[in-house]
Ligand binder design. Structure first.
Ligand SMILES: [Fe+2]
Length: 267
């Protein structure tokens, strides 16, 4: 990828995402959230790619996937007023449609265009197809990690704001839109304990969502991503938002021990 191409892609993203702002402050606030998330995800992926010692060209493609991974969010919110894919559209797939309709990636060699489209289209899947190989797999894994790292930040800000203001309805609903009650679905707890990806349709409360986010430690592809989560204190803070019954306490102990042993294995 031409080193000068990235600033052009950034300008396209800014123009494209700005198109959806209008008179409705509720919509604007949600769109702004995704612009910020995109900028932070770009920072996270560059940090991750550096930790993994990727070369300059790989680094640029990785950053491009982060810049474009959520383009589908803008038309999604404008049309459906929700970020919940189950109640609207698959925003990863929508992102690929936008990129194609706008001819955004036409200046890239076919192979690079395919890596970026694959990463954008699959960044939000519950799990990846086993047929995915090579660079397409590498860039998809990178964006999935960088995205999760920044989503930890976003959801923790949301949980903090709810704790400070439990009665008021929140201005931002993220994609969670679930009641903040201590009950949880035992199937969600079981899936996390078994280190399996959680089926989003099984989430009934914010406690389920927090358990599912805790389980992301098993879905991070690279050890530096786990280091980053620890460095930012995200895991400990997330645990602090969970009701501490015996089952959850035992799960948290297991997760903390698993993370500690993965980090201790770093040479
Ligand atoms: Fe996304």
């Amino acid at each position: 990828m031409d080193p000068n191409a990235l600033p052009r892609f950034r300008r396209w993203f800014e123009r494209y995402s700005d198109r959806f702002f209008g008179d409705d402050e509720y919509v604007n606030a949600h769109l702004r959230l995704k612009q910020e998330h995109t900028a932070r995800t770009c920072e996270e992926i560059v940090r991750l790619a550096s930790a993994l010692a990727l070369d300059d060209d790989e680094m640029r493609i990785a950053e491009l996937t982060a810049l474009l991974h959520d383009v589908g969010r803008f038309p999604q919110f404008a049309q459906y007023r929700t970020y919940n894919d189950l109640r609207s559209i698959d925003h990863g797939q929508k992102g690929v449609e936008v990129l194609r309709a706008e001819g955004v990636l036409d200046i890239l060699p076919a192979e690079e265009r395919q890596w970026v489209e694959t990463a954008v289209g699959l960044h939000n899947r519950k799990s990846l197809p086993s047929t995915l190989k090579g660079r397409a797999l590498l860039f998809t894994k990178l964006i999935r990690d960088a995205d999760k790292i920044d989503i930890f930040r976003v959801v923790l800000e949301y949980y903090r704001s709810r704790r400070g203001n439990p009665q008021s309805s929140c201005t931002l609903e993220l994609e969670i839109e679930l009641p903040d009650t201590p009950q949880y679905n035992p199937e969600v707890l079981k899936a996390v304990r078994n280190e399996e990806a959680v089926d989003w349709g099984k989430l009934r409360t914010l406690t389920d969502a927090r358990l599912c986010q805790l389980g992301w430690v098993y879905d991070l592809n690279f050890t530096p991503s786990l280091c980053r989560i620890e460095e930012c204190g995200y895991l400990a803070e997330l645990i602090g938002f969970l009701p501490q019954d015996e089952q959850i306490q035992s799960l948290c102990r297991k997760i903390q021990a698993d993370v500690a042993s993965r980090l201790a294995a770093i040479p």
